[in-house]
Design a protein around this ligand. Structure first.
Ligand code: GLU
Length: 444
């Protein structure tokens, strides 16, 4: 059995029941096989892949808090500090009822390669809780965040581990978390990113993941002689990534016609009204039914269905494994040209393979959604300098980073004769830097 296969088998056996982590592990390991084969003996002797696949540290803790009825609630908190070879652990916190250790480990593992691809000095980590902020009062969210940070603060720091947002963690939550960190540690430092603009946040961070996705997508389309202007775009999700992907797609001349949330989806024949969407999701925190009510050209449908819409470009921006084989088949049947992931691992392995086999350009999330964390690293840089850059400065840096990520992924794919396989290209490019840093730092 090859070293790669051995490691896949052992890691899966040692970490039972962590389906999403197994999926992310398999995808990366399959891609880097060609690199490992060049140095198999040395990698095996140094147990490089085992070290890569085992988090440096994982923390699990109790989060008790009191709800508005005076009832004590108990959630579970996690922080997985996966790899610090190229910088302090960096990655978001996810608050969602589905969160478990397998999900946090898949996200943390992906984050290692994503952060490496940005070219910035950030290691990989992720955390979160099975707490559901949906339907909770601001006071309940604050109580939860303060309790969560009361344990987490001892494990993090501006040069140790810098969390941020992810699903269920936005500006409100980051604000509460930062306030409690400062109170407990007596340190005013850039320990979290995605902060408000009055306390160390960076301009463009809110828009960064969605904008970055479009900068990457545009670079990929251009390299394949496709113009984004006039293209119909199907987008899933209605959170921070989807909203700013829609906004930038429109600025580039594309026409996004869909979005979705956990209960249904919108088809808007006139193109999504992004200001209305922001008002409903960012200000009023309402369902998408409110969008359909406010706009004549919009249809609301219950359940799943975004990928049945005829489109040229598909941007899955909701959550893991939302785009499955049957969805990939319907996209191909409708003539899709490109799929670019805004969420983390939104496409199953079977669906990805089907799209690639049918010559659909495919951008993997760890490359195409790296704009969020890249801008977080720019926020860290500004905090260290005690300066803040203008929107235009940060946006220009973001665009440059995304174009470089595309160029590096495409170059790595070409170097190994993998043509337009940007999944493999991104994994290889991200992996090479981390492995070189790990090797140079000895057996740690
Ligand atoms: N949660 C985002 C991601 O998946 C951002 C992480 C960060 O800014 O640290 O990359």
């Amino acid at each position: 059995m090859s070293y790669v296969d051995e490691v896949i088998e052992t890691i899966i056996e040692q970490n039972p029941g962590e389906a999403e982590f197994h999926q992310a592990l398999r995808e990366v390991m399959e891609s880097i096989r060609v690199v490992v084969e060049e140095n198999e003996e040395e990698y095996k002797k140094n147990a490089l892949l085992e070290r890569l696949a085992n988090p440096e540290r994982q923390i699990k803790f109790r989060v008790p808090w009191v709800d508005d009825n005076g009832q004590v609630q108990v959630n579970t908190g996690y922080r997985v500090q996966f790899n610090s070879a190229i910088g302090p652990y960096k990655g978001g916190l996810r608050f969602h009822p589905s969160v478990n250790i397998g999900i946090i480990k898949f996200l943390g593992f992906e984050q290692i390669f994503k952060n490496s691809l940005t070219g910035l000095p950030i290691g990989g980590g992720k955390g979160g809780s099975n707490f559901d902020p949906k339907g909770k009062s601001d006071r309940e969210v604050m109580a939860f965040c303060q309790s969560f940070m009361t344990e987490l603060y001892r494990h993090i720091g501006a040069d140790t581990d810098v969390p941020a947002g992810d699903i269920g963690v936005g500006a409100r939550e980051v604000g509460f978390l930062f306030g409690q960190y400062k109170r407990l540690s007596n340190l005013y430092e850039g320990v979290l990113t995605g902060k408000g603009l009055t306390f160390g946040g960076s301009l463009t961070r809110t828009e960064a993941t969605g904008y970055g996705l479009l900068y990457f997508t545009n670079a990929m389309l251009k390299a394949n002689d496709i113009d984004i202007a006039g293209k119909t775009i199907a987008v899933s999700g209605a959170g921070n990534v989807a909203i700013y992907a829609i906004e930038k797609a429109q600025q580039l001349g594309g026409k996004p016609v869909t979005c979705s949330d956990s209960t249904g989806w919108i088809y808007d024949s006139e193109g999504i009204d992004v200001e209305l969407l922001k008002e409903i999701k960012e200000v009023k925190r309402e369902r998408l039914t409110a969008y359909a009510k406010a706009r004549e050209s919009a249809e609301y449908h219950e359940g799943k269905g975004v990928w049945t819409v005829k489109c040229d470009i598909a941007l899955p921006c909701a959550t893991q494994n939302e785009l499955q084989l049957e969805d990939a088949k319907s996209l191909v049947e409708n003539g899709v040209l490109a799929v670019a992931e805004g969420a983390n691992m939104p496409t199953t392995i079977e669906a990805t393979e089907y799209l690639q086999e049918n010559d659909v350009l495919f951008a993997p999330g760890k490359a195409s959604n790296a704009g969020g964390v890249a801008t977080s690293a720019l926020e860290m840089a500004q905090n260290s300098q005690r300066l803040s850059w203008t929107f235009e400065e940060v946006d220009a840096k973001l665009q440059n980073i995304m174009e470089n990520i595309f160029a590096n992924a495409a170059a790595a794919a070409e170097e190994y004769g993998l043509d337009k396989n940007y999944v493999a290209g991104a994994n290889i490019a991200g992996f090479k830097k981390v492995v070189e840093a790990m090797n140079a730092q000895g057996i740690v």
